[in-house]
Design a binder for this molecule. Structure first.
Ligand SMILES: NC(=O)c1ccc[n+]([C@@H]2O[C@H](COP(=O)([O-])OP(=O)(O)OC[C@H]3O[C@@H](n4cnc5c(N)ncnc54)[C@H](OP(=O)(O)O)[C@@H]3O)[C@@H](O)[C@H]2O)c1
Length: 276
């Protein structure tokens, strides 16, 4: 991996993941190559995309254009909900790899359990994922938006990552404790609350006292909480700002003040009831 100051976290399968990555949800195809190129230029070495985001081709183009060695960039993509059945899952990973222009991804995730629409099909998807790993199409495999009950029903290997909604006002304390017991690394999606947590007065106060922006304080909170964090931005100044978080630390009191903001403020779908 790249020689940056971004901490690396060990996954249970012996591979490592950069703790700070770049999110690409809602980065339109027309902006995706430029945004990912800017992120790579600034120093991010971990890019999070998904078949759903319809920007894998542009993400791949940016990776190719960067000239960086493949083993210095950690690429995650995800299997969408209507592709859980093994034959569809295989077509889906092949399509993702073709668009990305890669022969493997570093991490392949089941995007949602999607039980309302597809019942237990995520269990079939997990079996397919393990085959993809054995075949080298994905170095590591994990899940996203899985509750402990979903994970408990999987056969074979334990996922190494669970990517879930997580930000100061939706801190997922119980889920994090459960994942820690299972040896599963937690990744935060919408780590800034899709912008909603940026105006929080407590965070603004801490930002003022450390001379940083609220986004930087929130990202620092994720890092110091041991969580993998993947903020998204299409704005070059923010892409750089969100990466400039390795040269300061929050105190224990500042961490506790942010921990205390948790109020169950879910902004995305609930894995137990999501009907997509
Ligand atoms: N697995 C899943 O189901 C799932 C779901 C959602 C997201 N994700 C992943 O997680 C990533 C991050 O989540 P997200 O994109 O939903 O939300 P987010 O990263 O919490 O927030 C992105 C929003 O915050 C703004 N922003 C970014 N940096 C900022 C800064 N320094 N100052 C002010 N505003 C800032 C962005 O604006 P601009 O872009 O206009 O600058 C954008 O509107 C996604 O991109 C995706 O890769 C996964």
């Amino acid at each position: 991996m790249a020689d940056t100051l971004v901490p690396q976290i060990w996954l249970a399968d012996g591979h490592r993941i950069a703790q700070l990555g770049f999110g690409t949800f809602k980065v339109p195809p027309a902006q995706a190559e430029a945004s990912v190129s800017e992120a790579l230029r600034v120093g991010y070495r971990h890019i999070d995309t998904a078949a759903l985001y319809e920007n894998e081709r542009e993400v791949g183009a940016a990776i190719a254009a960067s000239g960086l060695p493949r083993d210095q960039i950690f690429v995650t993509t995800k299997l969408w909900n209507d592709d859980h059945k093994p034959d569809r899952a295989r077509m889906a990973i092949n399509a993702s790899l073709e668009k990305l222009g890669l022969d493997h991804v570093d991490l392949y995730l089941i995007h949602w359990p999607s039980t309302v629409l597809y019942g237990d099909s995520y269990i079939d998807a997990w079996n397919a994922m393990q085959e993809f790993k054995r075949e080298g199409l994905a170095t590591s495999i994990g899940v996203s938006n899985f509750n402990p009950e979903h994970i408990g029903r999987l056969d074979g290997e334990t996922p190494v990552v669970n990517q879930v909604e997580l930000h100061p006002t939706f801190a997922q304390v119980a889920l994090r404790a459960d994942m820690a017991r299972r040896g599963i690394v937690v990744e935060s999606w919408s780590p800034l609350g899709r912008g909603a947590d940026l105006d929080n007065p407590v965070i603004a106060g801490i930002a003022q006292s450390v001379g940083r922006t609220t986004a930087q304080v929130i990202i620092r909170w994720h890092l110091q909480s041991g969580i993998v964090v993947i903020p998204k931005s299409v704005t070059p100044e923010r892409i750089a700002e969100n990466f400039a978080v390795t040269d300061f630390e929050l105190t224990d009191d500042q961490m506790k003040a942010i921990d205390a903001l948790d109020c169950g403020n879910r902004i995305g779908g609930d894995p137990a009831t999501a009907d997509f």
